[in-house]
Design a protein around this ligand. Structure first.
Ligand code: SF4
Length: 443
């Protein structure tokens, strides 16, 4: 074990990825540096996710492996951070009694002191930090992943309480960061050499309602999108009930904002959407997509879809399939519903049997994959602007990047293209994106 090193495992969403960058930044500030393996590290951190059952299980299984490391060397510090620590604190403390720190996402402001305390005095039981009413302090340091793209949080938490979702309990009520802080952080990442910014929030479209004076997300998009030196701006996640026409208009007029919208529909049936508490109908969702395509004919649309929500009938599932056929999403993240403790849906009757959920998922995935592939094959021959991330790990002599539509593009090219904007012509279409050939370097 190297006494000045740390190792972080991140599960779940981009918010967690960003939180892990903050944890890494705090540890860097304490003169620790990243280890290549958990065996080597003095401080082991897992940033947990409780949105679904799988990542929860993954976290506990990883923590089981770390138990041996802690037994071998009790000087090690184990920190269990993230959503599971917040919503299942007792379970974490019971199943991981050898943890030193158990910390919810809103308590990251205490991470530095918690580590310092543990470095000074060994723990008999985990120190717990789970006050969800806390405000995450501004100006926490961050060690961002290398590359061309950086995450910038604009809101923390969520007020929507969709029936199946644990996030509002895990991440607390929605709080918007003030625009000046967001802009200062954005300028900072551009000065550090990043070319693309992704604004993060559970529901970016409700940004600013809690500010004094209130501010619309569209205005923030305009302000960040016109920062000098920015090449590309993305944002996620959007919520259909709060996505305004003005946001689409700004997307269409500010050149840095990419033509990609991740808009979770979840289901194509109004009764199911109502029981989920999503606050929109399928008709409204379809209208937003039509409007987005009118503003930006080349826009790509991705979504989240859930099958087997409690009480979902075969006919209601068929409505979701119809919606997928009508909208023709470029990409979808598709899941089976699973009970999450503490949510309204977990208490709902008429649970769909596991084998039926599995059948529905397979049918949905089959349909969506065919559509995604067809859409990419239909654009073979078109020219796309790509921000080059670096060499493609799977194809020798090829570079990899993303189009403005957030599709992966792989094309023959040299390492020197990394970080540059280029134009490529798509030569083959796949589910994940395109193989392509270089047309020209834009800058
Ligand atoms: S909007 Fe709904 S699904 Fe998204 S984080 Fe909030 S409660 Fe969860």
């Amino acid at each position: 074990m190297n006494p000045k090193t740390y190792y972080i495992v991140t599960l779940g969403c981009q918010m967690n990825e960003r939180d892990s960058q903050t944890i890494a930044g705090i540890l860097d500030g304490l003169d620790f540096y990243p280890a290549d393996s958990p065996e080597e590290a003095r401080i082991l951190i897992i940033n947990t996710c409780s949105v679904r059952q799988k990542p929860d299980e993954k976290a506990f299984s990883r923590l089981g492996e770390w138990r041996l490391l802690k037994e071998q060397d009790p000087d090690r510090i184990i920190a269990v951070c993230g959503c599971t620590s917040q919503v299942a604190t007792e379970e974490v403390c019971r199943r991981v009694p050898y943890a030193d720190i158990v910390m919810g996402p809103r308590s990251l402001g205490h991470f530095r002191d918690a580590v310092l305390q543990r470095l000074e005095a060994p723990a008999r039981q985990p120190a717990v930090f789970t006050d969800n009413a806390e405000l995450i302090p501004e100006a926490l340091p961050a060690r961002r992943s290398r590359g061309v793209s950086a995450f910038v949080n604009i809101t923390y938490g969520c007020d929507n309480y969709c029936a199946y979702c644990v996030v509002p309990y895990a991440r607390g009520p929605e709080v918007s960061r003030v625009p000046a802080e967001i802009i200062a952080e954005s300028r900072g990442v551009l000065a550090d050499g990043y070319k693309e910014i992704t604004l993060l929030g559970q529901n970016v479209n409700s940004y600013g309602r809690d500010l004094q004076p209130p501010m619309e997300f569209a205005k923030l998009l305009l302000e960040v999108g016109t920062i000098y030196g920015l090449e590309r701006l993305r944002f996620t996640t959007s919520h259909p009930k709060d996505l305004s026409d003005r946001v689409l208009e700004i997307m269409a007029t500010v050149p840095t904002i990419c033509e990609h919208l991740h808009l979770p529909v979840q289901a194509g049936d109004d009764e199911v959407l109502g029981r989920m508490g999503r606050g929109y109908t399928y008709k409204l969702f379809a209208r937003i997509i039509a409007s987005a395509r009118e503003y930006m004919p080349s826009i790509s649309i991705s979504t989240d879809l859930m099958v087997g929500f409690p009480g979902e009938t075969e006919a209601q599932f068929q409505n979701t399939l119809k919606a997928v056929e009508q909208i023709r999403f470029d990409q979808a993240f598709m899941f089976k519903y699973n009970d999450r403790p503490g949510t309204r849906a977990a208490e709902m009757p008429d649970k769909v049997p596991e084998d039926e959920k599995q059948r529905r998922l397979l049918e949905l995935v089959g349909l969506q994959n065919e559509i995604g592939r067809d859409l990419n094959q239909a654009t073979v021959g078109s020219v796309f602007e790509v921000l080059v991330e670096g060499p493609d790990p799977k194809s020798a002599g090829c570079m990899r990047g993303r189009s403005r539509q957030n599709k992966i593009m792989i094309f023959p090219g040299s390492d020197g293209l990394a970080g540059k904007l280029v134009e490529v012509r798509a030569t083959e279409g796949f589910l994940w994106g395109h193989k392509a050939e270089l047309v020209r370097i834009v800058e």
